[in-house]
Design a protein around this ligand. Structure first.
Ligand SMILES: [Zn+2]
Length: 183
């Protein structure tokens, strides 16, 4: 049954490996806020990103959702706004309140940032057999987009936040907390 974890459910957390050079390894965009403003449950980080694109893809834009985070930590979601020649990242996530001025943060776009969150957040994962609500229904792995469907590809892993991944991505990325899919 969907949402019920099979026996043998394990927490794919444990200590998240600290890969000190992960930012350099991937040459990911960085964001070092020159100012951090906190008010009424919202944090605003103002500054200039190291770059606005990554591997030929635009990485942030006006009103786009994005993610900022420390190396090997689950990133925080927010939204980007132009602020003069700079960018303002606005987040209501309480984890963002710990960010401080001049802290060097990794910058992810909305698409990959959500996936990085999924593998670094220490979610609780369980193995399931996908059961469609109606014949022909299917799902996609949220990392590689592989089809999860009956009869041959029904085994999948679900997080306690309802994320769904295929067994290969579970082994390659979720278990080792790897963000190698971003390369
Ligand atoms: Zn996959």
């Amino acid at each position: 049954m969907l949402g019920r974890y099979a026996p043998g459910t394990r927490r794919a957390s444990g200590p998240v490996p600290v890969i000190a050079d992960v930012g350099q390894k991937y040459m990911l965009p960085h964001f070092k806020p020159r100012d951090v403003r906190k008010c009424d449950g919202t944090v605003e980080l103002i500054g200039v990103p190291s770059t606005e694109s990554y591997k030929g893809q635009t990485w942030l834009g006006a009103k786009w959702i994005g993610y900022l985070g420390r190396v090997a930590e689950a990133p925080v979601s927010g939204r980007w706004f132009p602020e003069g020649d700079e960018w303002k990242f606005v987040s209501e996530d309480k984890a963002a309140f710990s960010f401080v001025k001049e802290e060097d943060l990794l910058l992810y776009d909305g698409y990959w940032g959500g996936r990085v969150y999924m593998v670094l957040a220490g979610l609780i994962w369980g193995k399931e057999e996908y059961i469609p609500n109606k014949p022909g229904d299917h799902k996609h792995c949220e990392i590689c987009w592989a089809t999860i469907s009956l009869p041959d590809d029904a085994i999948c892993y679900r997080s306690n936040k309802r994320d769904i991944v295929c067994p290969e991505c579970y082994q390659r990325f979720v278990i080792p907390h790897s963000i190698d899919f971003i390369t």
